[in-house]
Design a protein around this ligand. Sequence first.
Ligand code: ADP
Length: 549
Amino acid sequence: MPGGTDQTLRPFLWRAANLYPDKEIVSRTHEGIERYTYSEYDDRTAQLANALEAHGIEEGDRVATFCWNHHRHFETYFAVPTIGAQLHTINPLLPDEHIQYIVDNADDQLIFVDDSLAPKLAQAAADAPEFEGVDFVVMSSTETETLDATPYEEFVEGHSTEYDWPILDEDQPAGMCYTSGTTGNPKGVEYTHKMLWSHTMATLTPQGIPMADEDVVMPVVPMFHVNAWGMPFTATAAGAKHVYPGPSPDPEDIVHLIEEEGVTISAGVPTVWLGLMDYAEDNDVDLSTLDTVIVGGSAAPESMIRWFDDRDVELLHAWGMTEMSPLGSVSQLKGGLQDADYETQLKHRKKQGLTVPGIEFKVIDENDEEIAWDGEEFGELWVRGPWVTKEYFMRPEANEEDFEDGWLKTGDVVTVDEEGYIQIVDRAKDVIKSGGEWISSVELENAIMAHDDVAEAAVVGVPHEKWQERPVAFVVAGEDADTDTLDEEIMDLLREDYPKWWLPDAIEYIDEVPKTATGKFSKKDIREEYTDGSIVEGSVPEEAAPDDD
Ligand code: ADP
């Protein structure tokens, strides 16, 4: 018989509602700023639970969301899992056919959708058999034009603010998220109550992303992307104030919320912060309440860390994956580095960091050997821990590829330094295998993007008869760039830091680097669009031969 004190989500909300009843939850919506307290949140969550039950949702059923970050979306975060159903957050930026696939694969019964995203969902659902029998609730008080959906306020209205929460097994699935596949369909990851509980507790440790009850927490990272890195759960467990930035917030909205609500901790991908930095150059911006900015999803540039340091804001670089609920490592400084000089600290802080307590890892090279922790050798990162998934949802073929002896093979190629700091150097599928050696596409990209006249650069390996693969750089030139001389300038820049066999065989200019649904460079699309997978034309310049050095 499972016990009520097992590792489930309900006690986090119980504590916040009873210990911090007046603490606020603030949300930017189409109707303006809305705010209420944990106590009201608790009531509305119970109403939603009753409404779900009245709608016929039962333990084990899947309920999906297609929403930005706001208070109603947050209500589903606790209501759905704590009645024993499973919350499936759908990424609305996915292409229609992926949305159709995951709604069918997850067997969603009901979808909560934002008014502004309803046209996109309606388009994916039109004539799609995958959507048969799926009901919709639109996240507002009024109907939407594009979908036959019940308005949320009508859905919950009149239901009791009391709910007899069931005692759940900690292994009961609570959440679900699909990882955007680089090939084939997205892969589903299920989060049990125990996974989300342990992820929350590890996040709250000083080695994670600690939060206190006086914090004001604003996840800019979307709630459809691995539960906004778990922040709605951690902020609730801590009894902190929540701030949700609503539909597609721009830098001005983000700055405004920081200033008006006194945000102390915020989190998002690098592009969010690049936008804010740009905005701050031309506008008067007050970041004085902000203590910590969490940057993850892709690498935080060193210049960004320095920019925030200059404004007394600590940038914590975090690494994780959908498969890890998502937190894996954070660039917290070890005790022994607290007194080191700034540049030494920065050397560690710009890496993806130390694994959080509860996560074990090893790094395996091409010969199936563990690499040395010297900051030089590369290998693939394997991880395991309580909040790391052990399989994909109904995808046996993917399981075989990505899991081994209880380890998740992350597909990230990393180095580990003497202190144990992990640094991502590439994705396993993007690392360029040239003449038996590995070239980091990410390093080359960053080096190329350091040129003032380069807006974006993506480097991919193209097949080569002799060397197996060779790097080719796809560059988006800046507005004032002179592409006649840019090639040579880029090559000169690379020659300064890299052996000659790392230098790209060719530089191609393109208008834009294609992006994935999560905003990352899509190397797959570049390969498809520009290289057609064939052997690169022309031969490697003699100077680029891998075993020359
Ligand atoms: P996807 O982007 O493929 O949908 P995820 O959101 O799960 O899937 O992304 C996980 C991947 O994002 C990691 O395996 C890693 O390659 C990359 N990533 C996450 N955080 C960082 C970081 N701080 N620095 C560099 N890469 C990161």
